[in-house]
Design a protein around this ligand. Structure first.
Ligand code: GLV
Ligand code: MN
Ligand code: MN
Length: 401
């Protein structure tokens, strides 16, 4: 808890949260602090060419059982999202060291670059490169929302390392995270044994219209990107409602240019975040949105272009890891339920290369990506204890090809 609180002292924002967008000075200060703590635990630290930091406690033999997450945040982040998973993994290693428990395999903690995707799309970029899902050169060329280039920012903050990408394949990977949603609290359950992560589709939509005088241009002659941005926002909300189930749709970002009271806008840029646990339904939502963009563009006489920012299919975790989490949570006296993850996580990328899974603890009122994000200390501790025993148990997981 003291480490969580100390990390939250770096780039604090009003309300108790943090702003450490990936590869900013604030992110660098957070990284420096956690790397110091890794050194205190005598971990072998490697930094790869996309800035992922892996700390290994080199005991036993074979590939490590790895845990970890991210310490970058969204602009209005809470103190637990990602940081909890990284610091709990470090705590697991330190606890074993202090208790004189020597696992038969190395244990490792990973801090993955730009999990949030808030500054550089896509989200989970670092872990995606780590598992070979995106070429390094492509990642280094990604341009931030503020115009900076990812590769330049890595060099600038001193985290462009020499460890190879793709990185070392773990024996197994398990990530501890706050739920970031309301289900555990609503059900009065302490632990989520995460079965899957829903598919994610992000796109940027640019709407080009005819800028003009707000007082003199008759309504019938307008080609207004601001109106179209609003119509798309309403459309995807209705689409999610009509589709029901797990479908969620969000417009989280709207830029209007020139953004002035008495000017009909020249252009609007919005982002769409569309998710579903079912790939076919996600595709259906995407195609309905694509059709609507054509309809609305011709109705208002604007030009619309789209750019994909992220696209990940739903991921199912390894049954053996899910069983292991569930059993250990129960053995330790916790209520537990199996559940999918609504948020994206580094574990969904690691699942491409090794048996992977996740442990969730409740989020009070289901609030996250908000400085008010909170989890009770007893729940954080329960999760960390389950992580400890899950990591130790996974050291004996039979290898698969
Ligand atoms: C990543 O944190 C996401 O789910 O947006
Ligand atoms: Mn997270
Ligand atoms: Mn997040």
């Amino acid at each position: 808890m003291s480490r969580i609180n100390a990390l939250a002292e770096i780039a604090p924002i009003e309300g108790g949260g943090n702003c450490r967008l990936a590869l900013t000075d604030e992110d660098m200060h957070g990284r420096n602090l956690v790397v110091d703590w890794m050194r205190d635990c005598n971990l072998e630290i490697s930094i790869d060419a996309v800035g992922n930091i892996i700390g290994i406690w080199n005991v036993g033999s074979g590939a490590p059982v790895m845990s970890g997450s991210h310490i970058d945040t969204v602009r209005t982040g809470g103190r637990f999202d990602g940081c909890y998973g990284v610091l709990a993994a470090l705590e697991v290693i330190e606890t074993c060291q202090q208790a004189g428990v020597t696992p038969t395999r190395p244990l490792a903690v990973g801090i993955f670059t730009d999990e949030e995707g808030a500054r550089f799309a896509p989200d989970m970029l670092g872990s995606l490169v780590y598992v070979g899902g995106m070429p390094l050169e492509e990642a280094l060329d990604v341009i931030a929302i503020d115009g900076a280039k990812l590769g330049d920012e890595l060099v600038r903050i001193g985290y462009s390392g020499v460890a190879p990408c793709p990185g070392l394949v773990p024996h197994a990977f398990v990530e501890l995270h706050i739920e970031q949603g309301p289900m555990l609290e609503a059900n009065g359950v302490r632990i989520g044994a995460v079965t899957s992560v829903q598919g994610i589709s992000w796109q940027e939509v640019k709407i080009m219209g005819q800028s003009n005088h707000a007082g003199t241009t008759p309504m019938s002659l307008r080609h207004d990107p601001a109106l179209v941005a609003a119509e798309i926002t309403v459309f995807i909300r209705q689409l999610a409602k009509e589709m029901g189930g797990d479908q969620v749709c969000t417009v989280g970002k709207i830029d209007i240019h020139p953004n002035l009271t008495n000017v009909v806008a020249a252009k609007a840029t919005i982002t769409l975040d569309v998710r579903n646990t079912d790939e076919e339904l996600l595709k259906l939502a995407e195609s309905k949105i694509a059709n609507y963009l054509q309809v609305v563009a011709s109705a208002e006489g604007v030009k619309i272009t789209t750019r994909e920012l992220a696209r990940f299919e739903p991921v199912v975790f390894d049954d053996r890891v899910i069983d292991c989490v569930e059993k250990i949570a129960k053995d330790q006296g916790n209520s537990v339920q199996r559940m999918p993850s609504g948020a994206g996580h580094d574990a969904q990328m690691l699942a491409r290369v090794c048996p992977s899974g996740m442990i969730f603890v409740p989020s009070v009122k289901g609030i996250s990506h908000n400085p008010a994000e909170f989890t009770e200390t007893v729940d954080l501790i329960a999760g960390a204890n389950i992580l400890l025993h899950t990591m130790l148990s996974l050291t004996t997981l039979e290898a698969t090809n």
